[in-house]
Design a protein around this ligand. Sequence first.
Ligand code: GDP
Ligand code: IMO
Ligand code: MG
Length: 426
Amino acid sequence: MNKVVIGAQWGDEGKAKITDLLAENSDLIIRYQGGCNAGHTVVVDNKTYKFHLIPSGILYGNKTCFLGAGTVILPESFEAEVKGLISDGIDVSGLKISPLASVTMPYHTEIDGYSENNAKKGKIGTTKKGIGPTYTDKSGRIGFKAQDLYSDEALEEKLDVILPIKNKVLKEVYGLKPYSKEEIRELCKKYAEIFRPYICFDWQEMLNKFKNGHNILFEGAQGVMLDVDYGTYPYVTSSNPIGGGAATGSGYGPTVIDEVIGVAKAYVTRVGEGPFVTELNDETGNKIRDIGHEYGVTTGRPRRCGWFDAVTMKYAVLTGGITSIALTKIDVFDDFDEIKICTAYRDKRNGEIYNSYPTDVFIHKYLEPVYETHNGWKTDITGIRNYDDLPQNVKSYLSRLEELLEVPISIVSVGPDREQTIFKCC
Ligand code: GDP
Ligand code: IMO
Ligand code: MG
């Protein structure tokens, strides 16, 4: 069985916990989009591991973990992450990089930082890891791929073509320092050494080997609502976190995918700017943030919190290609008297009701959530491991979500640890 794990909201849904669980029975784990903007947390026996780019499956020591062509790699961040894993005693020999992955250059992070720091209007609130500028250059056909670092011919031609354009933009648009050919050449040499133990030039043979008779797990980063095509554009990341991203970013086409598991929190969080109809700027929002420890893994920023939004979630089920849901952090509500689910949006200007997600995000400021309220369970559920043992109010809440979303909930997560998981039969 080949499964894709994607975020069904605005990221940080607990994807890494679910990926880690499913990685146990997988042979190959592929990260197919995004870069070190991701912050993925896995807790095993009370020890916390934080990943940015490397698939969490690496923890098992005997899995092949592949960074696909759809990813962007900031070499210094990659190096630091690998060193951290090695110093934790983790075997990274299964780690492989696609020669087609894109390389984030220093000017990408500089431009990202400059744009964020100087935006007067339309600030995105990015992670400043150079993600947008790297993908911009990739689409603009002026990017560096990992394989270029090992080819003098490719490098020299690219330096001739790319550098004059980049330097003009750096100087004239951003007022930033230009780079000499020699500087970039030296950096590329350094990056080539960082990637050398992992670059996988025989990736076609490797993917063919795993294609039949093995389990492949595709690990998504970010979430559907941050997708560059389907998310709250322009307040999105620059890649495709939808299930379809696995088909373009991994090296396998869509035909190998059997299931897409959409990970969603029992509430919603968002970091960075952009619309968020169910956001709670009140005591309830603060309570969710405190109990759920909602602070960014990559940037430490407090996450914006709000009630579960079935409108965006139904949209995520459709556009993400989601076949079942892993619902996480439901334990955060253990002490809540009541829990709300947004089932529709109402336009404050004219009372119009939206049952489907309106993709024009510039009207979202006029929308208010239509809620239904469910009774809390006022019980600590973090120790429960069987679905049948859950309080009736939890079961009713889960059934209602399944009814609204028209897709089964296959996994219920009741705590950060690997063990704190309930596999629900569909
Ligand atoms: P990701 O980016 O989707 O992998 O998620 P993050 O790691 O950024 O954020 C999810 C946070 O929630 C992490 O700190 C996890 O350890 C934690 N977590 C995951 N599942 C659960 C859960 O069911 N309950 C609680 N309380 N915490 C969880
Ligand atoms: P994981 O994989 C939550 C957000 C940023 C910003 C927008 C664009 O941990 O779920 P970028 O640096 O990608 O250009 O920023 O996307 N963002 C995330 N939010 N979780 C993430 O990753 C994110 N990666 C990017 O906050 O709003
Ligand atoms: Mg995260």
